[in-house]
Design a binder for this molecule. Structure first.
Ligand code: ATP
Ligand code: MG
Length: 295
């Protein structure tokens, strides 16, 4: 199951991931703006073609998971990368604060209901990873989950997070075994770039709607988030469900990097249009003659 795409941004599978060794900026030899745009157009076109064959081939589902700090550009990246794909071939789901109904189930329930069907690309804008990210930064959220051992959740050395990583690894392995191709993207934005993006949401009237006081408050927990991300990526990047930590301070570079990884992964599936069976072939020929005779 190791068909994962090599990339400088791929998170290693051996638990050695260190977030601060991954840049938030593009490398010096990255293409210029024009090159990035042209590259994205090319990748988007190829993705559209690959998706059509994925649908006809009908053996695999593709799951793209996006996680990031606020203002890293999840929405824009999803919009750009999938801009060429037939809307019917693609299913995008956003996961926000869980509802009362969702809290009454185990933590994988709500996303499991939204997994992509065979032949389709499913996108998770946030995901079950929130359960080891925001919830780890705010363990008090666990109270609403009414877990067996809720009262001492904050105890030192609690195995809760380890158990959640186990569940996630098992879940993803199960999906992969059953034909779902999983790619996970952490859009790695710097604290300074986030500050600038929040400021531009305040400065520019047409961006005001995006500004959220809560986002600025969450920013206060930056180091705890980075710790939680490092642990989550380290523990769950595996050949069948790799994480990629994509530099997110430059949006065009980020979008192209994501698009290329998705395209390259789909290429490796060796997708083909289904061949027509010999019996059907004869029948098709007969139908063709019939239709032609009508004209
Ligand atoms: P986004 O912030 O993803 O761009 P948004 O601003 O439209 O989208 P919000 O209302 O901010 O949506 O919802 C996302 C918020 O929901 C995030 O702060 C996220 O941490 C939180 N969230 C998602 N999943 C969970 C979870 N399982 N438990 C607690 N909070 C969660
Ligand atoms: Mg938000």
């Amino acid at each position: 199951m190791n068909d994962s795409v090599e990339s400088p941004y791929r998170v290693p599978f051996d638990g050695s991931f260190e977030l601060d060794r991954y840049s938030t900026r593009p490398p010096p030899d990255a293409p210029d703006r024009k090159g990035l745009k042209a590259g994205l157009t090319e990748a988007v076109d190829e993705l559209a073609d690959l998706q059509r064959i994925l649908y006809a081939h009908n053996h695999h589902a593709v799951l793209l998971v996006f996680q990031a700090m606020d203002a890293a550009g999840k929405d824009g990246t999803i919009r750009h990368v999938l801009s060429g794909v037939n809307p019917t071939g693609c299913q995008v789901f956003s996961f926000k604060v869980p509802s009362a109904e969702e809290l009454d189930h185990d933590f994988l329930w709500r996303t499991a209901r939204s997994l992509p069907e065979r032949g389709r690309i499913g996108v998770f804008n946030r995901s079950y990873y929130e359960e080891v990210l925001v919830v780890r930064v705010h363990p008090e959220y666990l109270r609403a989950q009414r877990l067996r051992r809720a009262p001492d959740l904050l105890a030192e050395g609690d195995r809760l997070w380890e158990e959640r990583f186990d569940s996630i690894r098992d879940h993803e392995k199960h999906l992969a075994r059953n034909g779902t191709v999983i790619l996970k993207f952490f859009l790695n934005v710097s604290r300074e770039e986030q500050r600038l993006r929040f400021l531009s949401r305040l400065d520019e009237p047409e961006k005001n709607w995006k500004f959220s006081v809560a986002d600025v408050e969450e920013r206060g927990h930056w180091d705890s988030y980075m710790h939680a991300y490092q642990e989550a990526l380290r523990e769950t990047s595996r050949p069948w469900a790799p994480w990629y930590a994509i530099p997110a301070d430059d949006k065009p570079f980020m979008r192209l990097s994501v698009a290329r990884i998705v395209v390259e992964r789909l290429r490796r599936l060796d997708l083909r249009y289904p061949a027509v069976a010999p019996d059907d072939r004869a029948r098709f020929d007969q139908m063709q003659r019939l239709l032609e005779a009508e004209g």
